[in-house]
Write a protein that binds this ligand. Structure first.
Ligand code: ADP
Ligand code: MG
Length: 702
């Protein structure tokens, strides 16, 4: 069957007009726009410029400075065309403004010659070159001035928007299409911010904000437009969060857990070490939350190796003591398995049954786990996101903990939460979340920080080495560390494109090392291995059978083998700072001095910077701030992983002040109009539903 061709038809709603019907776009260019998810006029309006060029300040030709970006205007004096050897052509358009003459030059675009009839008034903008008295700009941005004054220039002679482009799109076409979209539809853009709020906050009405973000008359107007759009995005998000909070905490009464009982006390007595003051402080905060009938909603931040697991265990013990069930969810099979082993070791002697729920279990194992949870025989469950499936039911779930929570979306967390009747919620993460982001992501969330490492920990020595030093580095790992009874990791370079390639690369590396160092027992771990193979490899590494584990990033978070003292990271420049810090955190978890070696030739300046930052800085908090600076919040967090809507304008770090204003307004608004029924809140209501509906499934049902 031939592929059916989708017919695009014009819309009577200017906002929903498919882009191919915009003059100058057509089906071919529409395809390029579609690739950037721009389907209709409204999408085009909502895609804000990446940056701007200021071509608004005119200079006399005589005063134009070589090497500077200048904007010139004059009348066309003449056009010269030249043909060179081969097929190269050059078009030179001469203009004069009374003070001198300047040339706009185009190579291999012979059609440009016809664009500039003599006498036409034009603007050229770009980097000026001077050849003696002759001023010249290569490939200038240009605009023909409409002397009747019916249309404004959009490509030069003003502040000009720059859009991200793909395929055959040329900037002039895109600007013209945006201009068309604004002229036909800006006045129809939804007024999401209620009019009274626009006034109070001194913002712009939405149509004006959209016009000015694309074609700002001046810098002040551009700033106010940006502020308005950022405010709008954050208002929608904060309104969603306020509604969520209203439904999950204020109305709801949660479980009031009892004081510490037998199990909790026995757990403390059986500990092989003393808790740090920081651990004790956080455990106390969690216990108070759990004893209160108000549902707990707490984030525990603690750098890698600070001992967050103990906080989870203490909370689980308390839930069980009060006759309820608790669950701990981890982002990877390997981490879930490790938690399972840990929890079983602690809880089984206390007569508390722990079960595992993961995608890799056999059907029989899985059913046995589910049965025990539903009937209440098992009091604690550990697992991966397999836990959020509908089939998983609890007899009486009162505590939900997610470990390394930055990997779960709002929605996944909410689904797990819904398995209990407003259970207490604890999220644990090693990725410090600046207050701004925490507010953006969670609205109100209490934060506890484990700001201390267990005693005796030594700073992990971090060294950046180029590939030419690889041999020495491996020799040290095998002949010094392994030879004296320690263990190590070799992390293979990140292959973004495919799991399969990554697994392949790891396997090859593993084979090569085995050949090179036959005296060492290597093991292999990657995402393509079967779950029981992974378990076996981890088990063998834990008990020392494997001395050096060659692995992909599957060991990135959480893995805890205190005897490992050296981690070699191959292709270190491919990883972000936070990720490298996590990987480094696999060592230095016991009393032995540990090392992390970053192996890369680091070809770019940015990569070199990252390596240097990592060598100097061992504190996760300042690293994550650096990471934010270097990569921006989107990259840093992967907003999508959070189930956050993409922020197109607002930057939750830089826009803290706007965020707080939007948040205060959202809270007041939801308090006054809890179902968003007032007519002036309709557009906001729609925006919350369409932008957040998917993630916050239970907000504004109906
Ligand atoms: P993370 O915060 O990275 O999740 P873990 O909970 O895995 O850290 O703990 C890291 C290691 O430190 C584990 O081997 C754990 O047994 C050990 N540990 C935790 N708390 C203490 C403590 N108070 N004293 C000594 N060792 C501890
Ligand atoms: Mg952990």
């Amino acid at each position: 069957m031939p592929p059916t061709k989708k017919v695009v038809t014009p819309s009577s709603d200017p906002l929903q007009q498919p882009v191919q019907f915009i003059r100058g776009i057509g089906p071919e260019r529409a395809k390029d726009l579609n690739k950037q998810s721009i389907k209709v006029v409204q999408d085009l309006i909502e895609r804000v410029p990446r940056t701007y060029r200021d071509y608004s300040q005119f200079k006399n030709i005589m005063q134009a400075q070589a090497g500077q970006v200048e904007t010139l205007q004059g009348r066309v004096i003449g056009v010269q065309e030249q043909r060179f050897k081969g097929r190269m052509t050059m078009v030179k358009v001469l203009i004069g403004d009374g003070s001198g003459t300047a040339a706009g030059v185009w190579f291999n675009q012979p059609w440009m010659a016809k664009r500039f009839p003599t006498g036409t008034k034009v603007i050229f903008a770009g980097v000026v070159e001077r050849r003696g008295a002759q001023v010249q700009i290569s490939q200038p941005e240009w605009e023909i001035i409409d002397e009747e004054g019916t249309s404004d220039p959009i490509n030069a002679g003003r502040i000009v928007p720059i859009y991200p482009l793909t395929g055959g799109l040329n900037p002039r076409d895109v600007r013209r299409a945006v201009k068309f979209s604004l002229e036909t539809a800006a006045h129809l853009m939804p007024q999401t911010i209620p009019p009274y709020m626009v006034q109070k906050q001194r913002l712009l009405p939405m149509p004006e904000a959209w016009r000015n973000i694309h074609f700002p008359p001046g810098d002040a107007e551009r700033k106010t437009a940006r502020e308005t759009l950022a405010f709008e995005e954050l208002l929608v998000l904060q309104t969603g969060l306020a509604l969520l909070r209203q439904q999950t905490t204020e109305e709801a009464v949660g479980v009031a857990h009892g004081p510490d009982g037998e199990i909790t006390k026995k757990f403390y007595m059986g500990l092989p070490f003393r808790l740090t003051d920081a651990q004790e402080k956080v455990i106390r905060q969690v216990a108070l939350d759990m004893e209160s009938p108000k549902p707990m909603n707490r984030l525990v931040q603690g750098d890698v190796g600070s001992g967050k697991t103990m906080v989870a265990v203490a909370a689980l013990a308390k839930a069980v003591d009060s006759g309820h069930q608790g669950v701990l969810m981890a982002p990877t099979e390997i981490l879930a398995e490790q938690h399972y082993l840990n929890l079983r070791r602690i809880f089984t002697p206390l007569g508390v049954e722990v079960v595992m729920v993961s995608g890799s279990q056999t059907k029989k194992e899985r059913e046995s786990s589910l049965g025990m949870l539903a009937m209440g025989m098992a009091r604690v469950a550990v697992g991966t996101h397999a836990l959020i499936e509908d089939k998983v039911q609890f007899q009486d779930l009162s505590l939900v903990i997610t470990d390394e929570q930055h990997r779960f979306g709002v929605k996944q967390r909410a689904r797990l939460q819904n398995k209990g009747i407003t259970p207490d919620v604890l999220v644990m993460t090693a990725t410090p979340i600046p207050r701004t982001l925490a507010l953006t992501l969670y609205g109100d969330l209490d934060v506890s920080v484990i700001d201390q490492l267990p005693p005796g920990r030594k700073t992990v020595g971090t060294y950046w080495r180029t590939e030419s030093a690889r041999r020495q580095v491996y020799d040290h790992l095998i002949n010094t560390e392994v030879a004296s009874g320690r263990q190590g990791y070799v992390i293979c370079p990140l292959v973004e494109e495919s799991d399969k390639l990554q697994a392949q690369a790891a396997t090859e590396w593993y084979e090569k090392l085995r050949e090179q160092y036959p005296q060492c027992r290597f093991g292999l771990l990657h995402g393509r291995m079967k779950p029981d193979e992974k378990d076996r490899a981890m088990e063998a590494f834990r008990n020392g059978e494997i001395q050096v584990l060659v692995s992909t990033t599957v060991v990135e978070v959480g893995v805890d083998v205190p005897n490992a003292t050296m981690v070699l990271i191959e292709g270190a420049d491919r990883f972000g700072l936070s990720q490298l810090h996590q990987l480094r955190g696999r060592v230095g978890r016991g009393q032995h001095q540990s090392y992390c070696v970053l192996i890369t030739d680091a070809k770019t300046e940015e990569a070199r910077q990252r390596m240097q930052v990592l060598q100097k800085c061992t504190d996760g908090f300042s690293l994550s701030e650096k990471d934010l600076e270097l990569r921006g919040p989107g990259e840093f967090f992967g907003t999508r992983q959070h189930g956050m809507p993409d922020l197109k304008v607002a930057n939750p770090i830089a826009d803290l002040a706007i965020l707080e204003r939007a948040r205060a307004e959202a809270m007041a608004l939801v308090k006054a109009d809890p179902a968003l029924r007032a007519p002036e809140h309709q557009a906001l209501r729609t925006a919350v539903k369409t932008r957040l509906g998917d993630e916050f499934g239970f907000v504004l049902v109906g």
